[in-house]
Design a protein around this ligand. Structure first.
Ligand code: NAD
Length: 434
């Protein structure tokens, strides 16, 4: 089947590559000339493990190409996915749908009759019907249908998530579109991955509710972590003990510096705003956001407590700044709150991150970047672990403490054990929730 995907970001690019790998002929279209140029040369503009190999394989097989020209791409093609960004509209909490609506207008102008327009971007309740109206208004003669197919992939494991999904959610307007979707996802259906058809509105709500629920788990455990610290309990044992219960599950119960990334912060806010427009107050989700903001500042307090007055002028070696490991994405990373607060207090920040420098150098202008944690540690006063990259899980702690001026560690991802750190020459070790 011929498929056009609009948007070559984390979702559009991964979807394009994986649809091509299913055997479809895919053209991925973006408005960013540099991105398309790079992709045509086999250069991937984002860091996503495994993407390079499968991209190369499908380009070589002639199933995948990249284009700036939507009009040409849509010739003789009857399936088009919208996978453009839906950021938060500045300060409003609402999703900015300008990119989606622009894509819809372009589709209206160039699509063939009988095209199915499928929204993969995360869009609030009612957006798919708006997409329908925009296309209809722009080109009243076009015969087309719409479907909602929100994406659940996680950066860092995007290929695996796309190829082995927990579920594929599809909102349809018209039963005849079901067959097209079934054809697109046939390789997954053959392997018994669930493909769940529902209404447009329910599909839109499933996506936002899923993200809001996961964010709730994180804020919940972070709040309990604060209690554990005060009361002498250990959050890792608490989370483990809770997680044995199948109804709760152990995933997303790791205490840390709060959630970030391109989805949870904007999607929780957008869901609140959508609900508000229906006169519904989402009090749980409001608290989730409040706790997440609090936890980041609480982490700054932790560092202050260790360094005391000496924080002014102290050198802190930060390990990890991306919002999670295995991505270069810095959107809403906790580091973007924590590091500037430490800079304000006079700390000198050095950063090591396997992939963060490309995005991070503009966002964190007052830090020095290091390629090697051991070099970054020389004469420093603290190792501050912000992101649990595998590269930081098994450091030679003795080697680190030997080169530091005052070996202390604040481990916001709980990847080390206190006894081990202290036995390796550190004067103090602080983690989250114990
Ligand atoms: N990143 C994730 O992990 C993730 C996971 C699930 C869902 N989502 C959702 O998927 C959507 C895309 O997210 P992303 O992270 O891939 O965004 P992104 O910012 O990485 O990429 C979006 C791309 O769309 C392009 N674009 C914008 N308008 C365009 C237009 N009119 N025509 C062609 N290209 C256009 C941009 O140039 C950009 O390359 C969002 O709604 C997001 O919430 C993201």
């Amino acid at each position: 089947m011929k498929i056009v995907v609009i948007g070559a970001g984390y979702v559009g690019l991964v979807s394009s590559v994986c649809f091509a790998d299913f055997g479809h002929d895919v053209i991925c279209v973006d408005i960013n000339k540099e991105k398309i140029k790079q992709l045509r040369n086999g250069i991937i503009p984002i860091y996503e493990p495994g993407l390079d190999k499968i991209l190369k394989k499908n380009i070589e097989a002639g199933r995948l190409s990249f284009s700036l020209d939507l009009e040409r791409a849509l010739k003789d093609t009857f399936v088009v996915f919208i996978a453009v960004n839906t950021p938060e509209r500045r300060g409003s909490g609402e999703a900015d749908l300008a990119y989606v609506m622009e894509a819809a207008k372009n589709i209206a102008n160039f699509a063939e009759n009988n095209t199915l327009v499928i929204t993969k971007s995360t869009v609030p309740l009612g957006t798919n019907r708006r997409v329908h109206s925009v296309i209809k208004k722009e080109n009243p003669n076009l015969i087309f249908d719409i479907a909602s197919n929100p994406e659940f992939l996680r950066e860092g494991s995007a290929i695996e998530d796309f190829q082995k999904p927990d579920r594929v959610i599809v909102g349809i307007n018209n039963p005849s579109s079901k067959k097209v979707i079934q054809e697109i996802y046939k390789p997954l259906a053959l392997k018994d991955y669930p493909i769940f058809f529902t209404s447009l509105e329910s599909a839109e709500t499933i996506k936002y509710s899923s993200n809001a629920f996961l964010a709730t788990k994180i804020s919940f455990i972070n709040e309990i972590a604060e209690l554990c610290e005060r009361a002498g309990a250990d959050i890792q044992d608490v989370a483990k003990g809770m997680g044995f219960d199948d109804r709760i599950g152990s995933k997303f119960l790791q205490a840390g510096p709060g959630y970030g990334g391109s989805c949870f912060p904007k999607d929780t806010s957008a869901l609140i705003e959508t609900a508000r427009s229906y006169q519904v107050e989402l009090n749980i989700i409001k608290s989730v956001i409040k706790v997440n903001e609090h936890v980041k500042l609480r982490m700054v307090e932790k560092v202050k407590n260790v360094l005391g007055r000496n924080i002014n002028g102290s050198i802190i070696s930060v390990l990890g700044v991306t919002f999670k490991p295995n991505t270069d994405d810095m959107r809403e990373a906790p580091s973007l709150v924590i590091i500037p607060e430490l800079v304000k207090l006079g700390a000198k920040i050095r950063v090591t991150d396997p992939q963060g420098i490309k995005e991070g150098s503009a966002l964190l202008p007052k830090v020095k970047w290091y390629g090697d944690p051991y070099k970054s540690a020389v004469n420093s006063n603290m190792i501050l672990i912000l992101t649990e990259w595998n590269e930081f899980r098994d450091l030679d702690l003795m080697k680190l403490s030997n080169v530091m001026a005052n070996p202390t560690m604040v481990d916001l991802r709980n990847i080390y054990k206190k006894d081990q750190v202290i036995a390796s020459g550190f004067r103090s070790y602080e983690s989250v929730g114990s």
